[in-house]
Design a protein around this ligand. Structure first.
Ligand code: FO1
Length: 337
């Protein structure tokens, strides 16, 4: 019999690097309050490589909250080495431009072993996280293989090709325009019951400042997820990943351009939409440099708060999380203060 949580149940929908940093701040802010945090992570970056299941966003969150991530690179493990990947390159196995470090390979080998034993990705993730004592419950959005692939015009021969998201993101640095994103396998996929329950039973749902297209967008496109977000009794508050027209990390601008959405805090808010209008959000946090856009966003039916959104350190990120939770407490339609 699990002890029911004493404090508020906070559910966060997140991608990798930006999401992990935000969750670390949220955890810091809620430390000691009795609140519980459930993270629903995007799995669209996942890939079978060298016979192993690699789950970049789950691993970024696990390593960051476990204190084992390489803050400099923004992904992978601290104190990493690459002896095995050099051997894989020598054999021509895997992607030479996508480095699987030795310690990181430990995670992929363990995960693949658990999956081969018949565990779901949710169960395997729970087993991997148990070692790290993360302070949050980390869930993949789906247990089904749904991968983001990118349709490009091949720069070499002009042919239309579809490549895995990671090839577009890492090999091409998103420099080759994406014509569209395809979620391979989505037709027969379902969000997990654990993820849907976490959204429906939450006291507040937060949408992390992750890539709105290939992290938040792909997670919410998994059948069942958007319906749960629209249906939950909990207020839903998002944080803008765009500050002053520039993505905080990663290449969100390239992704937004591919779907015809302007790289501004307002445009992303409109893209997610207000729940009062059939969309996904009740509230939206913009950075102070975007404070002038607040009234326009409120006209969408969203409550808006302008606070510093640069996640420069844990305390700043904790303050962002506190502001998002505070905004969630105000009833819909409450004028922004
Ligand atoms: N990103 C890179 O820029 N170069 C890499 O070689 C690379 C390897 C890699 C291996 C495992 C993993 O989980 C992530 C890795 N990433 C790498 C980061 C990855 O592209 C990002 O974590 C997300 O998929 C995009 O946000």
């Amino acid at each position: 019999m699990t002890v029911p949580p004493t404090g508020p149940r906070v559910c966060v929908i997140a991608g990798g690097v930006g999401g992990a940093r935000f969750i670390r701040g949220l955890r810091s802010h809620l430390d000691g309050t009795g609140a519980t945090i459930t993270v629903i992570a995007n799995t669209g970056d996942d890939v079978w490589l060298a016979g192993l299941r690699v789950c970049p966003d789950l691993d970024s969150i696990m390593y960051t909250l476990g204190g084992a991530n390489d803050e400099g690179r923004g992904w992978g493990r601290l104190a990493e080495s690459e002896r095995v990947s050099a051997e894989l390159d020598a054999y021509g196995v895997g992607w030479p431009w996508f480095t699987l470090g030795d310690l990181d390979l430990g995670t992929h080998i363990a995960r693949s072993s658990l999956l081969r034993d018949g565990l779901t990705l949710t169960e395997a993730t729970r087993r991997l996280c148990a070692r790290w004592d993360l302070g949050v419950d980390l869930l993949p959005v789906t247990d089904d293989d749904v991968e983001t692939h990118v349709e490009i015009l091949d720069p070499l021969d002009g042919a239309v090709r579809t490549i895995h998201f990671e090839e577009w993101w890492v090999r091409h640095r998103a420099a080759v325009p994406a014509r569209r994103f395809v979620q391979k396998g989505i037709a027969s996929a379902q969000a997990t019951p654990e993820a849907i329950t976490a959204v429906l039973h939450a006291d507040v749902v937060l949408v992390a400042p992750s890539n709105p297209v290939v992290s938040i967008g792909t997670a919410l496109a998994i059948p069942g997820m958007a319906d749960a977000v629209r249906a939950t009794a909990a207020p839903v508050v998002g944080l803008s990943p765009i500050i002053g027209g520039r993505a905080v990390r990663g290449m969100a601008e390239a992704c937004l351009a591919a779907i015809g959405v302007e790289a501004t805090a307002s445009a992303v808010a409109a893209h997610y939409g207000a729940r009062s209008g059939g969309g996904l959000l009740d509230g939206w946090l913009v950075d102070t440099v975007d404070a002038t856009s607040a009234s326009g966003i409120e006209e969408l039916g969203l409550r808006v708060r302008a606070v510093p959104l640069w996640m420069t350190d844990v305390d700043t990120t904790a303050a962002m999380a506190a502001a998002a939770l505070d905004l969630a407490r105000h009833p819909v339609g409450d004028r922004a203060r």
